[in-house]
Design a protein around this ligand. Sequence first.
Ligand code: AMP
Length: 387
Amino acid sequence: MSAAPDEAPPPVAGSDEPLPPGATIGILGGGQLGRMSAMAAARLGYRCHVFAPDADSPGMQIAAATTVAAYEDEAALRRFAAAVDVVTFEFENVPAATLEALAPLAPCRPGVEVLRVCQDRLAEKEFLGRAGVPVAPWRSVRSPEELRAAVAAVGLPAVLKTTRMGYDGRGQAVLRRAEEAADAYGRLEPKPLILEAFVPFRAEVSAIVARGADGGLAVFDAVENRHRDHILDVSLAPARVPEEVAAAARGHAARVAAALGLVGVLALEMFLLPDGTLVGNEIAPRPHNSGHWTLDACLASQFEQHVRAVAGLPLADPARHHDAVMRNLVGPAGLEAWPGIVRRGRAAAHLYGKNEARPGRKLGHATRLFPLGALAGLAEAEFMADL
Ligand code: AMP
């Protein structure tokens, strides 16, 4: 196969050598996850080149190089591949075709297979089941008839979801009565849909795992997540659950990363049932909002582990040196909280450089640290003070 003049050969494909300092990591996506990954990369001596459709995105503001182009722009993708040593992504709705176009030109970590599983709730549920993670009963729904059959099989209440492009609770409807099904089916787009049994959970828990190019695993402590208006509000690290539950959560995340052959970081979101069982909900194959506390409470954050993995470096020790409570600053109320958080100076404060405080937009976060083991004994008013 002859290469076009602007195509450099893949610089580290097939090589087990870590990227040397000064190498360039290409990041698809310009959001805060890419921004914080680029900051971690800079600390390790790497440059980042951010490719995203929007100019002045949070990631671009701090990148060494930027490409503003559509993910479908093949010429821009070729130039990007030639300018970087490895490609990663910071959100999982990058079109799979984009990674397919890049894969022959530069190493892509994680690869397109990981993206495919995590972009499709049907593939994801099947995968979780195969990886040994319990999931709620579910059925695929491609027609109103299939929905009726799914309701009969799964029972009510149930949650009807789009299989693609859903996030932060968008693209889903809770069905409590059979009569609600037709309306929800008509409203939810794009099809096909998935119907899942409603899980009467006691808490939402997530675990974040990094897997290196050498197959090494580093799992952060599992955390407890609280949502407001379907958006993550607060993460408590560690989750206030018995150690065997926490260990099971970490184990599920590790098994998923290994089964996917991941090189990078993923978050596994789970529901905790009253009997202590964990039910897998979603895989996010990238650093995750519920892991932002690792920036301040661990030697190496989830972002650094992500960079280490994609750069072929060994992973760092994921041990937590403090308990932590992370609060998301979501627009516009989050922006109002910001001056007080900065003035009090008792929480690690992070802002993402977004110029619009639209409702529901994640603008930053703040993390309070507590001595190891202290969080379990604190009341809500104590650990939320100063956040
Ligand atoms: P998801 O987009 O799948 O992460 O869902 C967003 C939120 O909806 C979750 O964090 C849960 O609070 C709720 N949810 C999703 N699926 C279910 C389910 N099967 N049972 C109960 N609640 C759910």
